[in-house]
Design a protein around this ligand. Sequence first.
Ligand code: GDD
Ligand code: GTP
Length: 468
Amino acid sequence: MLKAVILIGGPQKGTRFRPLSLDTPKPLFPIAGLPLIQHHIAACVKLEECKEILIIGSYTATLMTQFVTDMQKEYHVIIRYLQEFTALGTGGGLYHFRDQVRAGNPSAFFLLNGDVCADFPLKELWTFHEERPNALVTIMGTEATRQQSIHYGCMVSEASTKAVTHYVEKPNTYVSTLINCGVYVCSLQVFHTMAEAFQKKQDGYYSNAKTTWMRESIDKYSVSRMRANIFSQALDACATLARINTRLVNNWWSQVKTAGSTIYANRHYLELNRYKQTQPPCQIIPDVFLHPTAVVDSTAVIGPNVSIGAGVTVKAGVRIKESIILNNATIKEHALVMYSIVGQDASVGEWSVEGGTPSDPDPNKPFAKMDNRPLFNTDGRLNPSITILGVKTHSSSAGCSPHAGLGGGSWCVTRAPRGAVSAGEGAHAPLDRSRVRVLLFPGETILLNSIVLPHKLLTRSFKHEIIL
Ligand code: GDD
Ligand code: GTP
């Protein structure tokens, strides 16, 4: 019997994923129609031997309950969410719940980082691990560029045996282009190595604490901090004992750290799943995921690489490519949406253009991975990325269009929706909800490389801005 553990972190993590993670925990963000970690679950259940999946994180259980119930119903395997009392770090949560992992004495367990996406070759990894009975851990490895490798766990391995002889977590200088994908097969004995790593760290803490007061102040939170990196320390220790192997995989793999990386992940998961539209409602350029409850006008053109969620309305003449449209959003007549994420319940106005810059890996560099660039560059400017329209955002005034009898660039009268802030009038303008406002409504609202936080009403065009 095999088990799988998916590490999903908690609300403190995924900051680069904002504002997408403001409403939905990052592990549940839909990519190609499925929550991010459902792709992990789907890969695990393909292995008949995998009987139980444990999701470990520090999100409150209420956020995860519905998802876990839905997954149990869909996949008929035991799926449980184990909540950490505080963020215990990558290895800390695994170590804390080790008895749950060991229960039932599985032959081994898969350990998957929740923030990666891949064509997970779990069967291949398991066979590889099984063939090496001495191995404590098998790491899925991939090739990276020399420059990017230092952002990952780096490994040096023996060419013939594939044994890892040297492991360094995110080194300061170049070590190897063979990197850790955050997908492992672990034997249960790995917990002994983790215990030793923890003991070593704890001894270090206590011997450095010179006074009784300092020793007493090592509370359970300090202990959890000590546990935080024990998995990578255990990997280091296992490498010294020559008990890690790496399986080099050339399949598609990427991290999902930034909002921009979801568009890239979306494209690849769509390609893997190859959704077939039996009766396409409009012109579809593959690959496209279209939720059955979406209402799409026959004159729209959708694709490639688009996911459209439940209850979405796509009106006449709309063009969408390389984008994710979340549940109940509305894309109004003749709008153009590309390299964008349209939030839940948001609406893109008539004749609006919403576009971003793809954050794909450099196609000219072999083995290049996605650059998880921070939001701002060193000059304090927004790094070009995809455009994100937050939840319940409206990219133009409802009912007004250049074709509503008013003409392009005309004045029109509109009433702001409840709670909406007119960003065109300045985000800090006091809001009188009952006031009927006169707004300059341009013929087209253009939103480029911008991030719009939830509950906004946009009345003019924006480029390279965060609309707070
Ligand atoms: N349960 C739990 N609790 N999970 C956590 C916590 C925590 O406190 N902190 C992080 N995680 C989860 C994250 O959600 C993610 O899935 C995984 O642990 C690793 O996250 P990070 O700590 O952010 O590490 P990283 O992604 O920068 O690097 C790791 O993954 C790379 C591959 O994506 C390392 O394992 C690298 O060596 C590796 O190359
Ligand atoms: P994971 O994605 O789960 O690994 O969390 P994280 O690594 O995004 O969290 P962390 O706080 O470490 O953010 C990493 C870097 O992203 C930071 O050093 C910042 O440069 C950048 N960043 C994240 N969020 C923001 C933000 O809201 N504003 C700005 N300016 N930069 C941010």
